[in-house]
Design a protein around this ligand. Structure first.
Ligand code: FE2
Ligand code: FE2
Length: 269
């Protein structure tokens, strides 16, 4: 158990939203899956890898959600660290109406995660104008092309201001905790390796390094941040790294990533 939560249980992030990821003290790439509950019904966002499935499903059950009540799975791009257990969900949910929500350009890859004979249907979020009314709860999907996949998108829950960002705002997190925040001095600090506040662990070098390695170029990262800075975001919930729920920290991170250099190909060319 960490100081900011018991990671063997689902952790509440906002009203009706739970972290159901996997904490591995030895790993430096933590995968965060999220559960969104509205009444009796549930959605899973970036549901996780195949090896993590048992752990994640245990947390779904601990949150009081029966697998049959999972109405949909949202996949914000098509990597195995978030989609690997897709067929496990289909089998265990045993729900003939189970929807798999993603973008058409992801769906052409997502279909290889499960047998064609399976009942689940891939749903293109573009058909519903990039919105989903989930039993009265409105989700907006925002296209964030090439950060990092061509079809990458993020999901905004209007009720709580939670933005599920997939790999954006992710981190290699050599020291991880679910909720992260910055001190006053962090917002103007340039000495990440020599912290003037003498904090035990500065999350910024790992977060910066993650974006420089995972995102394809400065331009695509800056473009996505330009879109996200216009949203009334209260909570950033990424698929790796930590959750940020201070408005000031969120604005700081968006600004930092918008201007980040030496991202992907730009560090080579
Ligand atoms: Fe990814
Ligand atoms: Fe990822």
């Amino acid at each position: 158990m960490d100081i900011n939560g018991n990671y063997n249980r689902p952790v509440k992030v906002a009203d009706g939203i739970f972290w159901i990821g996997v904490y591995e003290p030895e790993a430096n790439l933590h995968c965060n899956a999220y559960l969104l509950v509205e009444g009796e019904h549930a959605l899973i966002i970036d549901g996780g890898s195949r090896p993590d499935f048992a752990n994640i499903m245990m947390k779904i059950l601990q949150a009081g959600v029966q697998p049959q009540k999972i109405a949909g799975l949202i996949y914000q791009h098509y990597d195995p660290d978030l989609c690997g257990s897709l067929s496990n969900y289909i089998d265990l949910c045993d729900n003939k109406d189970l929807k798999i929500y993603s973008k058409a350009s992801n769906n052409m890859f997502l279909r290889y995660y499960f047998e064609k004979s399976h009942h689940a249907k891939l749903t293109d979020i573009g058909v519903s104008n990039y919105e989903l009314d989930f039993y009265g709860r409105r989700l907006k999907f925002i296209k964030t092309p090439y950060t990092h996949a061509a079809g990458s998108f993020v999901t905004f829950d209007e009720l709580t201001g939670t933005l599920f960002t997939s790999d954006l705002f992710g981190s290699f997190s050599q020291k991880w905790r679910l909720f992260e925040e910055f001190n006053d001095g962090c917002l103007t600090c340039n000495e990440y390796g020599n912290c003037p506040n003498h904090v035990d662990y500065c999350p910024l070098p790992d977060l910066i390094s993650f974006h420089q390695h995972v995102m394809p170029c400065n331009k695509s990262l800056s473009y996505s941040m330009g879109l996200l800075e216009k949203l009334p975001v209260k909570i950033i919930a990424p698929q790796h790294g930590s959750v940020y729920n201070k408005k000031r920290d969120i604005a700081f991170l968006i600004s930092l990533l918008k201007d980040l250099k030496e991202v992907g190909m730009d560090a080579i060319a």
